[in-house]
Design a protein around this ligand. Structure first.
Ligand SMILES: [Zn+2]
Length: 327
């Protein structure tokens, strides 16, 4: 599946009307020739984030690159004459889910601060806006509130400054609902009870990886204990306990079949929203996931607030070192 899709990345030199091209393969003449009104820049994010003992740290990056390929395929299939200009994967994100329990250092999580992430996407937005690009889709399958807000800010900056669209697909509620609804509708009541408020690395993510990249799933998931709570607040409490394994949910319930169901619904929702926006739908009318999370007192108290304090302390440490070095 992945190899077939990857083969769709063809050279701009090939005489095809609808195409996906890698920006790094193009020269200045080819980039200048791109019709800005029919070119979608595709920015794929990555993430190194612990997902517990059974899933790889690159889980979100693997999901992101696969989703980007499928969104790109949809664009060129449904929008004849359009080009997808694919950027190399940006391999870092912000706010690993280990922050839920206040454990800011965790093997597998290697993040950058949200302000750093925001700067990367804002700088790229400026470069692309200055060169006349109008459409930017960001695929970054990681749901931490500070992370999605940082990318959203870059998109709003691009819109306000250049008038184009820069869309953080994961933050659109109809996209994330594609995942959530497929998951809920496929689970039995007993499974829902056992998986609880799974939030991170639970039945769903293990299932997705069993579907997309099973060789990277450690077989230990089959006997993994459920680590979760019946509510989000109680799951947050689990993550604060010493020895928390890094996931919330019940990995042992995972299956490739469930992963395929969730993936197809999620990918279809992402492609559907992309096409609607390219066809003129107003993205400001689409509810955003970050708005929902930021309104939650629980998320503010247990995640967003402590993460902000941690990030500010980290920034102060780095700045102080630089100040002393330059004295
Ligand atoms: Zn994940």
């Amino acid at each position: 599946m992945r190899i077939v899709l990857a083969a769709c990345f063809v050279s701009l030199a090939m005489p095809v009307s609808a195409q996906v091209v890698r920006v790094g393969d193009l020269n200045t003449t080819q980039i200048r020739a791109l019709d800005r009104s029919k070119t979608v820049v595709l920015l794929t994010g990555g993430m190194l984030e612990e997902h517990g003992p059974y899933l790889p740290a690159g889980t979100d990056a693997i999901l992101s690159s696969q989703l980007a390929l499928e969104v790109a395929q949809t664009i060129v299939a449904k929008k004849p004459g359009w080009t997808v200009l694919a950027f190399p994967q940006i391999p870092f994100g912000s706010a690993g889910s280990n922050e839920i329990g206040g454990q800011f250092s965790f093997p597998g999580t290697y993040t950058v601060r949200p302000s750093t992430l925001r700067a990367v996407f804002m700088d790229l937005a400026s470069e692309l806006g200055d060169q006349g690009f109008r459409w930017i889709m960001v695929v970054h399958v990681h749901g931490a509130p500070p992370h999605i807000r940082a990318i959203d800010d870059a998109g709003d900056f691009f819109h306000d400054t250049y008038g184009g669209r820069m869309i953080n697909l994961w933050d659109l509620v109809p996209v994330i609902s594609g995942w959530g609804n497929a998951m809920v509708s496929a689970m039995t009541d007993a499974e829902k009870k056992e998986d609880g408020a799974s939030l991170h690395g639970g039945m769903d993510e293990h299932s997705l990886m069993l579907h997309l990249n099973p060789q990277l799933v450690s077989p230990g998931y089959k006997t993994a204990p459920a680590v979760t709570g019946p509510t989000t607040a109680e799951s947050f409490t689990e993550a604060k306990k010493p020895g928390w394994p890094g996931y919330l949910g019940s990995p042992r319930l995972a299956s490739a079949a469930l992963g395929e169901k969730i993936w197809k619904a999620f990918s279809a929702a992402a492609s559907d929203q992309t096409l609607k926006i390219l066809d003129g739908a107003d993205p400001s009318a689409i509810p955003r996931y970050a708005d929902i999370l930021e309104k939650s007192p629980l998320y503010q108290r247990d995640w967003i607030g402590p993460a902000k304090a941690h990030d500010e302390a980290l920034e102060a440490k780095e700045r102080e070192w630089l100040r002393r070095k330059r004295q």
